[in-house]
Design a protein around this ligand. Structure first.
Ligand SMILES: [Mg+2]
Length: 367
């Protein structure tokens, strides 16, 4: 395959309700889409960076810039392009995993379409549907939270994840347990909001039989997580800290986590995501697929990843309407708490031109 042109398209999607985490509140999702046009097929990628560098160092304008200046020219210079050649071609450029991941995803989609292979099959997925959890943001009150959780359970979600931060942790968890019972699969995500000094406080979550606590400490505090894991009965899961298969192996070996959340965008793409999956399986560590409020494009790919055999916990792969009234692809609809794994070649979905046009803020072609 030879890369001919790349489109960088910025879209803005209003959220059905504000989504608050320990790092901020989102009311709309600004997304950078990458369309790779090759001599054989075209493919789509989705960059999961946010508009501001508050979740990770990457941000959308920065991603567009590094793609434009460095990454796209490095790939158009290749005579023979396939998805496995993307990471080596970009290796001399440090960091920028989300921008790299988006470009690799677009090339992978194009390649798999040309070969007629669905992404799920390429990654090694075995199931044709995946169980779905939902991530519930920080709310203004416990009553509002209980209404939201009740609504998601009524919709059929099989696992609830509560975003937590200091001042919003033990009480919301207690309230959800008291209202909905001990059978609800429940976990929490701190998005790095605590420090080792909070260890005794976090141990107060132990009686609630949570599946896991996700990323309580700073992303570079792997040893801190290892110490914390010894002090908590609740299993520690890492998200932001896991940036590659190598860091996953190190974190597991050090005892910093006993569960891993894989986000392909954060680790440079779906190929590295599968390697992390494989490392975790080799260590007997359960894996699940996180989410970054993706459109139907990223959602389709995440569902393919979530169908891998090591993904033994429900992911944050929610239905499209959890976030968007109108998606840019055919919407993903919950069926008995599950989403169906796409079966078409590549991502198995494409943007619907009219819907894409409606949310497009800008478009730029690089050749
Ligand atoms: Mg997380």
């Amino acid at each position: 395959m030879k890369l001919r042109e790349v489109e960088l398209r910025r879209i803005r999607m209003p959220l059905v309700s504000p989504f608050r985490t320990s790092f901020g509140t989102q009311t709309a999702r600004d997304v950078l889409l990458v369309r790779a046009v090759t001599d054989e097929e075209e493919g789509w990628g989705e960059c999961v960076a946010m508009a501001d560098p508050v979740y990770s160092p990457e941000y959308l304008d920065g991603c567009a810039d590094v793609l434009r200046r460095f990454f796209v020219p490095a790939l158009t210079a290749l005579d023979r392009l396939d998805a496995t050649s993307v990471a080596p071609a970009l290796r001399r450029f440090h960091g920028h995993q989300m921008a790299k991941g988006a470009l690799e995803m677009a090339v992978l989609d194009a390649e798999l379409r040309a070969r007629g292979v669905p992404l799920a099959r390429e990654l090694g997925a075995e199931s044709d549907s995946v169980p779905c959890g939902v991530s519930v943001g920080i709310m203004d009150s416990i009553d509002v939270l209980l209404d939201a959780v009740g609504g998601y359970l009524d919709e059929g979600y099989l696992r609830i994840k509560l975003k937590i931060e200091p001042g919003w942790d033990v009480e919301p968890v207690r309230a959800v347990r008291e209202r909905f019972g001990d059978d609800v699969l429940l976990q929490v995500d701190a998005n790095t909001a605590y420090t080792p000094a909070d260890t005794r406080h976090l141990a107060r979550l132990d009686p609630f039989d949570l599946l896991l606590i996700e990323q309580p400490l700073a992303e570079d505090d792997v040893l801190g997580h290892a110490e914390l894991a010894k002090a908590l009965a609740t299993p520690v899961c890492l998200d932001e800290s896991i940036t590659s298969a190598r860091t996953a192996a190190a974190a597991i070996t050090l005892g910093a986590c006993s569960v891993v959340n894989i986000k392909p965008g954060r680790v440079g793409g779906y190929l590295e995501a599968r390697r992390i999956h494989d490392v975790c399986v080799a260590h007997g560590v359960p894996v699940w697929c996180g989410g970054m409020l993706e459109t139907g494009l990223g959602r389709a790919a995440n569902i393919a990843l979530a169908a891998l055999p090591g993904c033994t916990l429900p992911g944050d792969t929610s239905a499209s309407d959890r976030y968007y009234r109108t998606d840019i692809t055919e919407p993903f609809v919950l069926e008995g708490g599950h989403l169906r794994v796409p079966t078409g070649p590549g991502l198995g979905v494409r943007p619907i031109p009219e819907l894409l046009e409606e949310v497009t803020a800008s478009s730029e072609w690089l050749s």
